[in-house]
Design a protein around this ligand. Structure first.
Ligand SMILES: [Zn+2]
Ligand SMILES: [Zn+2]
Length: 414
């Protein structure tokens, strides 16, 4: 198809979003809208490769690769065919895309990835995409970071991003308006007044976009942005935030900064308050009460990113230390105490830094004993409170292998 040659290829900015680049690609080739571009590309692709063509996104708002549900590999193929559309140098589409990540955040939260950085999906803005007028006055494109909820201040200019058009008051979203430098009403967004941003908002923006920051505590000395994202999500989870609610998440992210700046002081305080609270409202004896009754998801979520290196998981280390103290300060006695609260297979695997499979093997071979009777020939559910905290902590203490790599192996597979 000859008229599908995209002769002009604007140079991408390193931090540019895929959607921003697609809009600039259309414009540079005098194609009036993304819809006209995508329609033509789709038709062309369908002739080359039916599956890939079928997976090519027509709407800008859902153009990015992570929006593809079943067919994300077809969509990757579609973009890679489009990259090679002409004999000129390749288009940078895949490098700019945001994709599904295989990383499991905080015990089961979905994540997306771009260029090796992983971000929980619930931290991506859903509708409004704010802009920095000063950035737009320098270069007309949208950086990926403007899609992140934690990014509310421009780290380069130190000003607040604006999320409404100063002229017509409409919420800004270049994905819907298909316009980068101006509002749907025609207002030139680079002319908008700017306000100095709070230091805290700028710091938060830096935490999730720059490896180097002066932030105190573990978030500062961890240079991995993925780990910082996991830590921020962890705080949202233990604060029982509805992660689908953008405002709640944003407010919680600011609180998370105080939480980690004083690490581990506030964390220890929260844990101890939770156990005290549980003590007041305890319904059944301790040795029949799951630990989640006291500390909710604190334990299962503390994996941060499944498979990460042990020494980087500062949350699990701290939590383990606290639980160890509880066991030591509450020795085994005739009556159950805090040290005898119950852990599920999932929770035991987190504390022992190993797989569910290993926990089942430890159970079968008697290294771990079930607190109650278990039915023969029936697999214990991973979410069933099964082990005493004391026993798991003691096993971790006695057998914790330090040099087994990421996953601790206790017993050989049979
Ligand atoms: Zn800026
Ligand atoms: Zn407007």
């Amino acid at each position: 198809m000859e008229d599908m040659q995209l002769l002009v290829r604007p140079k991408p900015f390193l931090d540019e979003s895929l959607e921003s680049y697609l809009l600039r690609l259309a414009e540079a080739n005098f194609i009036e809208s993304y819809r006209l571009l995508s329609g033509a590309v789709k038709e062309w692709l369908l002739e080359q490769d039916h599956e890939a063509g079928g997976a090519f996104p027509l709407d800008l708002a859902t153009a990015n690769i992570w929006h593809a549900r079943q067919s994300s590999s077809f969509r990757i193929r579609a973009f890679s065919l489009l990259e090679k559309l002409t004999d000129n140098e390749d288009l940078p589409l895949l490098a700019l895309s945001l994709r599904h990540s295989a990383a499991d955040f905080c015990g089961g939260y979905r994540a997306l990835a771009r260029g090796g950085v992983h971000i929980p999906r619930c931290f991506i803005r859903k509708s409004t995409i704010p802009v920095c007028p000063l950035c737009l006055s320098e270069n007309i494109y949208i950086p990926q970071a403007w899609h992140y909820q934690a990014y509310t201040a421009c780290v380069r200019h130190g000003v607040k991003l604006i999320d409404k058009c100063p002229s017509c008051g409409e919420s800004l979203s270049y994905l819907e308006s298909e316009m980068i430098g101006s509002c749907r009403c025609g207002y030139d967004l680079s002319l908008a007044q700017t306000i100095q941003a709070d230091e805290k908002n700028i710091l938060l923006g830096k935490l999730i976009t720059c490896e180097e920051t002066e932030f105190p505590g573990p978030l500062g000395y961890m240079s991995s942005i993925s780990i910082r994202n996991a830590a921020l999500l962890y705080y949202c989870i233990i604060s029982s935030v509805n992660v689908e609610d953008e405002l709640e998440v944003y407010e919680s992210l600011l609180l998370a900064m105080d939480f980690y700046a004083s690490w581990p002081f506030r964390f220890k305080e929260i844990l101890s308050e939770s156990f005290d609270k549980a003590n007041e409202i305890l319904i059944r004896p301790y040795n029949k009460t799951p630990i989640s009754f006291a500390i909710g998801s604190c334990l299962p979520a503390s994996t941060m990113i499944k498979g990460m290196r042990q020494e980087e998981n500062f949350i699990l280390s701290e939590l383990f230390g606290c639980l160890k103290n509880i066991v030591e300060n509450n020795p085994k006695s005739r009556v159950g105490n805090r040290g005898d609260m119950l852990l599920t297979i999932v929770e035991a695997a987190v504390l022992l830094r190993t797989t569910h499979e290993q926990i089942y093997l430890l159970l079968e071979s008697g290294y771990l004993k079930a607190a109650g009777r278990i039915k023969i020939h029936q697999k214990v559910s991973p979410h069933e409170p099964t082990f005493y905290l004391r026993q798991v902590v003691e096993l971790a203490e006695s057998r914790m292998p330090s040099d087994f790599g990421v996953v601790a192996t206790y017993l050989p597979h049979r």
